[in-house]
Design a protein around this ligand. Structure first.
Ligand SMILES: [Zn+2]
Ligand SMILES: [Zn+2]
Length: 249
């Protein structure tokens, strides 16, 4: 599988970092994990064809992870000369159906929304299997419904933490992953409930025995280098996510 980081930041806009979004290619499937503000434009900037996205996975319903979903759907169904044939599959925690209805209602103006929408919505509880890969989820300490995802293709695995806090169950969930993409919202000196700091990120990666750790969901409090250095004290193979970074897994 091939990962492209679309947005390595948060809800706070910066020139350097877009809001949370990741693009994943597994075999022929093209997948988005989270879809924060500005994602569709970022995808275009990454020279990825947004029209070919098959699935969108959402980790939770905070605005910085979901607000461009409606923009993506508008783009898919309004691009001149493009007639989308495949369903768009939306996958997320329990509550996704309600969230989708609310978002659509919020953006409803005229008939456009009631026609030709080929969208399938699936609320994931434990595991979901596709032809080429499977996906497991794990509840995270962040919001009532927030989840992390593990994408598994043959003997390779990639974990997206979404937003989360330190938790033994999450360590277990991430066990032996090839790549762990972990939120690292704040520096060590600014621990906040429901988010991680570098020391915790390093400990999670170390205890889970992952191969590689990528820090993302970075608030602009301290330099990236400090974040990575603080994490490396506990787990050496750590890198800082950057927008448009590509990783083969
Ligand atoms: Zn959140
Ligand atoms: Zn967030």
């Amino acid at each position: 599988m091939k990962l492209t980081i679309i947005g390595s930041g948060t809800c706070v806009p910066t020139v350097k970092r877009g809001s949370p979004a990741n693009y994943l290619q597994i075999g022929k499937k093209k997948i988005l994990v989270d879809c924060g503000p500005g994602t569709v434009r970022q995808i275009v900037n990454a020279k990825i064809d947004y029209r070919t996205i098959d699935m969108v996975f959402l980790t939770h319903f905070h605005n910085d992870h979901v607000s461009d979903l409606v923009a993506l759907i508008w783009a898919l169904f309004c691009t001149p000369g493009f007639n989308r044939k495949n369903d768009l599959i939306l996958i997320g925690p329990v509550g996704l159906k309600q969230f989708f209805e609310d978002s659509i209602n919020l953006n409803k103006d005229g008939e456009q929304w009631s026609k030709n929408k080929k969208i399938k919505i699936k609320e994931i509880k434990n595991k979901i299997k596709f032809e080429e890969f499977s996906v497991e989820c794990n509840k995270t300490i962040h919001t009532k419904s927030s989840i992390a995802y593990k994408f598994i293709e043959k003997d390779r695995s990639l974990v997206f933490s979404g937003d989360c806090d330190y938790d033994d169950k999450f360590i277990n969930f991430s066990k032996d992953a090839n790549v762990l993409l972990l939120e690292c919202s704040y520096p060590n000196s600014l621990k906040k409930k429901g988010h991680l700091i570098p020391k915790e990120c390093g400990l999670i990666a170390q205890k889970a025995n992952v191969r590689k750790l990528i820090l993302n969901h970075i608030y602009n409090y301290s330099s990236g280098k400090i974040r990575v250095d603080q994490t490396k004290k506990f787990f050496r193979n750590t890198v800082l996510a950057e927008d448009f970074m590509k990783i083969n897994i």
